[in-house]
Design a protein. Structure first.
Ligand SMILES: *Cc1c(COP(=O)(O)O)cnc(C)c1O
Length: 465
């Protein structure tokens, strides 16, 4: 499988899966997509109903790695990765209300759906780096969830060093400890005396410094990496097959930030899985729901909420959907994205917006509505939902249609957000056994001032190779 950028022409030297895995962003600033969508025949989908999660994941991902990584290798990786999840079904479906299902994606090591893809990414990186005899230094900034998922995925992996910046004293203790108690030699946590934006700006500055980037072989594993999207497609296919697909359609509701997770659901529909509707759930940072309602994609300042993993200003992966809706026209896509960057307002052509509206709808919940949803779900169904999951379930409830199962993505374990859960339901959700001693474990991290030169020095000291 060859890939193309949303902002560039298709050329003969198009990158393959291994290339785009390591590079993440395309050189022209665009995002990678497969040159064509693989189609899964109906009989194949039906036959896949009997596969385990790991084997299904290997089948689906192999459609995107053709020519780079074979199916057998993927199957071994997937069996190893998903075998360590703490639920035998890996992504169990729970019927919370009549026709409304919770697709639990939080049974991985860090209790959030990011493990689903990130765990595979760790194996894929190691495999390709060994094959190419290369080393990379993964650098990232986190406000909590992404950093811990990345650290868990890359700990102990050969050919990789991982350095994660977090804002000192500004993450929850659970989030910090999930990162800082990982003591493998290739893992380095830096607490920066600043906020999340300080950390993110430092990472951007390091990547923008070409000499430094080359010297340290910097690499990123953020949510625009196509491999992450690819590894999120299998659970949508599995849920659809469990609920009668491909013989009847299903709908999905997804609590959304960077638009990566819901894009994977859309990708499943492109590949031949019957999907009726896709519902975006947002918090008060509602740029996507404003867009879906009124074609108003205007950036605003980020406001903190009960669902911090969705506190975003811009949904980076939206560019991929836009590109498709523009008939894969890279010139128009580049122009629209360039203007968005300058003006803070994305002018999506009316026909593209209408087309998107045929598939997508959106609901936004503020914090009070999120708490009320958590409370109602617990009272009516005895189901504990974290704030992100509650937003997904509520969006799904709003857009449920007769005869079409509605599957809401449950993106975090309730124990990841114990205070919000306790306040809404009165129940304190306990950490699962594998994390029960988190507060007794040894921590290791260095605290550095808000000084780019000092942070670069630390990254250089820990670089891979
Ligand atoms: C990252 C995250 C999201 C948002 O996912 P996107 O792919 O960025 O849309 C939602 N919920 C939780 C718990 C997350 O960690």
């Amino acid at each position: 499988m060859r890939y193309r950028s949303t902002r560039g022409i298709v050329d003969a030297a198009a990158p393959d899966f291994s290339d785009i895995l390591l590079s993440g962003l395309a050189g022209d600033g665009g995002l990678y997509l497969p040159q064509h969508w693989p189609h899964i025949p109906r009989e194949t989908l039906t036959a896949w109903r009997s596969l385990s999660y790991a084997d299904l994941a290997a089948e689906v991902i192999s459609l995107f790695t053709e020519g780079s990584i074979d199916r057998e290798t993927l199957r071994n990786m997937a069996r190893d990765v998903y075998g360590k999840f703490d639920h035998a079904a890996v992504t169990p479906l729970v019927e919370v209300e009549d026709g409304l299902f919770s697709l639990e994606l939080f049974h991985g090591p860090t209790l959030a759906f990011k493990d689903m893809a990130m765990q595979m990414l760790g194996r894929l990186f190691e495999y390709v780096l060994k094959q190419r005899n290369r080393h990379v230094t993964i650098v990232g900034a986190t406000s909590g969830d992404t950093g811990s998922a990345a650290i868990e995925a890359f700990r102990g992996r050969e050919h990789v060093s991982i350095i994660i910046l977090h804002p000192h004293n500004r993450t929850s203790e659970v989030q910090r400890r999930q990162m800082t108690t990982v003591l493998d030699d290739n893992v380095h946590n830096i607490a920066v005396e600043g906020d999340f934006d300080t950390c993110q700006d430092m990472v951007k500055a390091m990547f923008a410094d070409e000499a430094f980037r080359t010297e340290c072989s910097l690499s990123a594993v953020n949510s625009i990496n196509w491999a992450r999207i690819a590894a999120q497609i299998p659970y949508y296919i599995r849920a659809a097959l469990a609920l009668g697909g491909p013989d009847r359609p299903v709908s999905f509701a997804v609590p959304t930030g960077n638009f990566g997770n819901i894009l994977a659901a859309w990708a499943a529909s492109q590949m031949g899985v019957p999907v009726e509707h896709l519902c975006v759930g947002s918090n008060r940072n509602d740029i996507l729901t404003r867009f879906l309602l009124n074609n108003d994609m205007t950036m605003r300042a980020v406001e903190p909420s009960l669902s911090p993993s969705m506190d975003i200003q811009v949904s980076s992966n939206f560019e991929r959907l836009l590109f498709e809706m523009l008939g894969r026209d890279p010139d128009r896509c580049r122009a629209i994205m360039g203007e968005f960057r300058q003006t803070g307002c994305m002018a999506v052509p009316h026909d593209a917006w209408e087309q998107i509206g045929k598939i997508f709808n959106g609901a936004a919940l503020d914090d009070a509505q999120t708490s009320a949803a958590m409370q109602r779900i617990y009272k009516q169904s005895h189901y504990l939902a974290d704030p992100h999951t509650a937003i997904g379930l509520e969006a799904g409830r709003k857009f449920r249609e007769a005869g079409v199962p509605m599957v809401a993505a449950a993106t975090a374990h309730p124990a990841k957000f114990p205070d919000a859960v306790k306040a809404a339901t009165g129940i304190h959700p306990p950490l699962p056994p594998h994390l029960a001693d988190l507060f007794e474990r040894e921590e290791r991290y260095e605290v550095l001032p808000n000084d780019l030169a000092r942070v670069k020095e630390a990254v250089r000291a820990h670089k891979a190779g």
